[in-house]
Design a protein around this ligand. Structure first.
Ligand code: CMC
Length: 378
């Protein structure tokens, strides 16, 4: 068979059927299992969204209560993993600490190599809960702070924020954190989900697939953009400096982080939601500087990129929201991974129902039948 078409970046290549999410890039709409993201953010919780993604339907009341209990039960991480974390370099990037931590968690999962569907759901629940604790511990470790034990009562989002900040969590902060978890939970097939599927398609285990996802998320063209976007906003420093900064960046052919998307060619609905909550938080916290700078950057980018389909993406406003919540910027991408564990797991579970080894081709463009020279003659 001759391979004729080259699909650089796999643009618009469909590799699986899914009912998990639909990204309507033209109209700027996002659905999880058919439900508009705006409805879920308003009426649901992250716990319910996790159930929705893993079971592809909304839970009944008692199912949600039992799922929530399971999640809470799995919050603690093994002492051996904590001991190992304590030996790791404190100045390592938290995404690298997270990769190491998840690889260690796998070693202590009694069902690591049990591949039945029910075991995979149980492992997904463990991964969702334990990754949140691991990320929170990493956030404290890099700052030289004591770990904050997971609560047995708080919601997933409030507990995460409590473990990161060590503070009591007010109602608005808990809601915003929950919204952030929901908005990051799933997004069809970005590079990280594709990486997870590629690992899963060999019939490797769920932890390996999640690790592949984390590894792919690390880069600044994907999950790493939220940290870079906030760094840019901090570097700009005041709204008056935004216009010149953006113009200079575009002139120098630099990417303005937090803008543009492979699929959305209109406004990313997640950015719109984050912008709304950033406004609420800014008012309550009495700090509008980040919002004002971000608004100015958006205004100038919209003007300069007119007609190119470049709008803010999820990573543009999220960093400012996280900052007002007290989450250090080094933890933004690990947080993205923590919230996305469920999306990766749900895709892997869906894919395994009709698995096919992922094995694309590369078009060979080098010479053939070369004469092999001895090492002395090269
Ligand atoms: N700043 C300036 N110019 C941009 C940007 C940007 N952020 N994004 C795209 N462009 C320009 C790009 O230079 C190109 O212009 P031209 O046609 O004149 O060469 C045009 O828009 C198309 O760009 P592209 O790279 O072909 O588009 P893509 O679909 O490959 O890019 C992207 C998607 C996300 C890699 C890109 O928009 C980008 O690098 N953005 C900045 C990083 C970022 O915010 N990433 C987070 C993505 S959303 C979160 C996630 O799902 O992980």
């Amino acid at each position: 068979m001759s391979v004729v078409e080259l699909h650089k970046g796999l643009d618009n290549i469909i590799v699986k059927e899914t009912v998990l999410s639909y990204v309507d890039g033209e109209r700027g709409r996002l659905y999880y299992v058919g439900y508009p993201i705006e409805e879920l953010v308003e009426k649901s919780t992250y716990e319910e969204v996790c159930f929705l993604l893993l079971h592809r339907r909304l839970p009944k009341k008692e199912e949600l209560a039992s799922f929530d209990r399971e999640l809470k039960k799995e919050r603690e991480i093994p002492k051996e993993v904590i001991d190992a974390l304590n030996l790791m370099p404190r100045n390592a990037h938290p995404m690298d600490l997270l990769k190491a931590g998840i690889a260690l968690l796998a070693l202590y999962d009694p069902e690591l190599n049990v591949h039945e569907k029910e075991a995979n759901i149980r492992k997904s629940i463990r991964l969702i809960s334990k990754t949140a604790t691991l990320t929170a511990y990493i956030s404290r470790y890099i700052r030289g702070l004591d770990y904050v034990q997971p609560s047995k009562e708080m919601s997933h989002a409030a507990n995460f924020l409590h473990m990161v900040t060590g503070e009591e969590i007010d109602e608005l902060s808990a809601k915003v954190m929950d919204v952030a978890f929901i908005l990051h939970a799933e997004h069809e097939l970005p590079a990280s989900s594709m990486a997870a599927l590629t690992a899963a398609s060999t019939l490797s285990d769920l932890y390996s697939a999640i690790l592949a996802g984390v590894a792919a998320l690390k880069g600044p063209l994907h999950g790493g953009a939220n940290e870079k976007a906030l760094e840019m906003i901090l570097e700009i420093g005041s709204p008056e400096r935004a216009e010149q900064y953006v113009i200079d960046a575009l002139r120098a052919k630099k990417r303005v982080m937090g803008f543009g998307h492979r699929v959305y060619k209109s406004y990313d609905p997640r950015a719109r939601i984050f912008r709304k909550y950033l406004e609420k938080l800014s008012e309550v916290k009495g700090n509008k500087t980040l919002l004002m700078i971000a608004d100015e950057v958006e205004k100038v980018m919209t003007r300069e990129m007119k007609g190119k389909g470049i709008f803010p993406n999820i990573d543009f406003y999220s960093g400012s929201v996280f900052t007002l919540l007290g989450i250090p910027k080094e933890i933004f991408t690990p947080f993205f991974a923590t919230a996305r564990v469920v999306g990766w797991a749900a895709h892997v579970l869906e894919y395994w129902e009709d698995n096919r080894l992922i094995r694309p081709r590369a078009r060979y463009s080098g010479p053939l039948d070369l004469q092999y020279p001895s090492v002395e003659n090269r």
